[in-house]
Design a protein around this ligand. Structure first.
Ligand SMILES: [Zn+2]
Length: 334
């Protein structure tokens, strides 16, 4: 037996340890112990008793772990932001973190919000969050165009006069720099477009129904028919939304996409198909004539990042909404 080992017949008094911790000071061996060894005959016997004493081992160990010297774990909560795809970057808006697309930023003021912009209670206008958004885009609150999504491909043409209305449409277009277009999403795909020459912009809400209806194609065509935009001048940004990693769908859904020749590549071929709305958006924009090099997909999955994004599929009916917003820049070169 090691001489430091506590003798079995003399158990460690746990209450003694607890009391010393409660008192927030190192335990001291009381006078009673000293009295008990006061009758030791020789120094060697005294030493042997001390070495065998459980109190000695307790005191020694308590000295080394006195409350003052217990290292208090300091937990640093460092939130590492997931990396968006190459052309996107994190930015700091007045309300918190947001994502922007660099090539689109050079053409039009825009952003994709995170949970930092608290839009719970979305219909309670004018909510403070909407006012924050209006200020960030330097427009009056009633010039932020907000839409009731209807999961289709209807187009709303916005200008200063009708900004305050909440039209039922999934696409809004304008060339008026006095209004900001917005779309609200929670898993659905927000797509922002800007004409780098004419300055017209579009905001698209594309869930699976909007995608099946070709919302991205309709939006580009709408910019062309209303503002003379050439598709080759369009810069497109596809924002955070549910990714093919998490968007499991029923096998019957593919039937709704029969009008799109690329659709078979948007569904994974496994037993439980997953729909790739990012790829669908990219393909549709390309089919509308937007050059591949000008289509940018953020590739951040809303389902995967609960601290950053709302997700209807993950959070259900209580899910808040993310906002994507864009404003036309005045004075673009014709
Ligand atoms: Zn995912």
């Amino acid at each position: 037996m090691s001489r430091h080992k506590t003798p079995r017949e003399w158990p460690v008094p746990n209450a003694f340890i607890a009391a010393s911790f409660a008192a927030k000071r190192p335990a001291k061996c009381g006078a009673g112990f000293r009295r008990r060894v006061a009758y030791a005959i020789s120094p060697s016997v005294k030493m042997r008793r001390r070495n065998l004493s459980p109190y000695r081992s307790i005191v020694a160990s308590m000295r080394s772990i006195s409350v003052a010297s217990i290292p208090i774990p300091i937990i640093f909560v460092v939130m590492t932001l997931p990396q968006p795809s190459g052309e996107f970057e994190w930015t700091q808006e007045s309300w918190g973190a947001a994502v922007r697309c660099r090539p689109l930023d050079a053409v039009a003021r825009h952003c994709f919000s995170t949970r930092d912009l608290a839009l719970e209670g979305v219909l309670a206008a004018p909510a403070p969050a909407w006012a924050s958004l209006a200020r960030a885009f330097d427009v009056p609150l009633d010039s932020v165009v907000r839409k009731h999504k209807v999961h289709c491909a209807d187009v709303f043409q916005a200008d200063k006069a009708n900004g305050a209305s909440w039209p039922e449409a999934d696409i809004a277009v304008t060339d008026d720099p006095a209004v900001a277009l917005s779309v609200r999403t929670a898993d659905c795909v927000p797509i922002l477009l800007a004409d780098r020459r004419g300055g017209a912009v579009a905001a698209i809400h594309a869930g699976w129904k909007g995608t099946a209806a070709g919302a991205a194609i309709v939006a580009v065509q709408s910019l062309t028919s209303r503002y003379g935009t050439k598709p080759e001048d369009v810069i497109a940004a596809v924002g955070p939304s549910i990714g093919p990693c998490c968007y499991e769908v029923g096998s019957e859904l593919a039937g709704h996409f029969s009008s799109h020749p690329e659709a078979p590549t948007w569904f994974s071929q496994d037993e439980t198909p997953h729909l790739d709305l990012w790829r669908a958006s990219r393909d549709q924009l390309a089919r509308a004539g937007v050059p591949h090099s000008q289509i940018h997909v953020c590739a951040l999955c809303t389902f995967d990042h609960p601290a950053l994004f709302h997700s209807y599929r993950r959070d259900g009916k209580s899910a808040g909404r993310l906002v994507a917003a864009i404003k036309s820049a005045a004075g673009k070169t014709p």
